[in-house]
Design a protein around this ligand. Sequence first.
Ligand code: ADP
Length: 226
Amino acid sequence: MINFDSVTKIYSDDSIALDSVTFDVSPKEFLSIVGASGAGKSTILKMLLAEEKPTEGAVFFERVDVGSLGKKELNLHRRRIGTVFQDFKLLPGKTAYENIAFAMEVAGRSDEEINSDVPHVLDLVDLSDKAWNFPNELSGGEKQRLAIARAIINQPDVVIADEPTGNLDPLNTEEIVQILKKINDLGTTVILTTHNKQVVDSLGKRVITLDRGRIVRDDNRGRYIL
Ligand code: ADP
């Protein structure tokens, strides 16, 4: 489904972020990418979203080179990928319900679909009782559950989560991991970047370890080893 083919990324200041990185991700896989800060994790996610282009090599999504997409195709491509970030990126002036509804409006979904899907996804992330609260009235864990609900509302093929538990305590971290697992069990491919050893070890899924832009390990049912 996703293929990184000898991807090298050198940013304008000559820093090598990725050095000939090759890996494939299958549909419905749960992949964690670990590595120290600066190892290249976010760069991999940005290439998949085609926010950055490879200096050498190519990134394929269902055999299409994402670096070659035009503006319109790029929008469609990005809609197939739900994103979750460490700092949530919620809209502060909208309630939990409205944050999710807005993502559906932007994707051109009807009011009927919005009215039926938003309560369902709020229930999935256990936030039904916070539907009318604003982000600043939610705890960190609740904010991240809302961000996940928004990421999956348009039924993407892939969810990418960039350090989603970076700002959370262990209890909330475990909750987020369980929700990502549930989403994966329901059939969505998940790609997670993390620093957190506990997260990776408790998942027991595939782990790619990056070190200064190179893949140094790629283990099925891996553990966090640096
Ligand atoms: P990680 O997510 O593992 O912390 P990144 O992918 O953010 O790593 O960064 C990998 C390397 O690329 C680092 O050395 C970082 O400083 C560099 N880098 C990332 N983004 C840029 C950029 N926009 N311009 C220049 N260098 C960058």
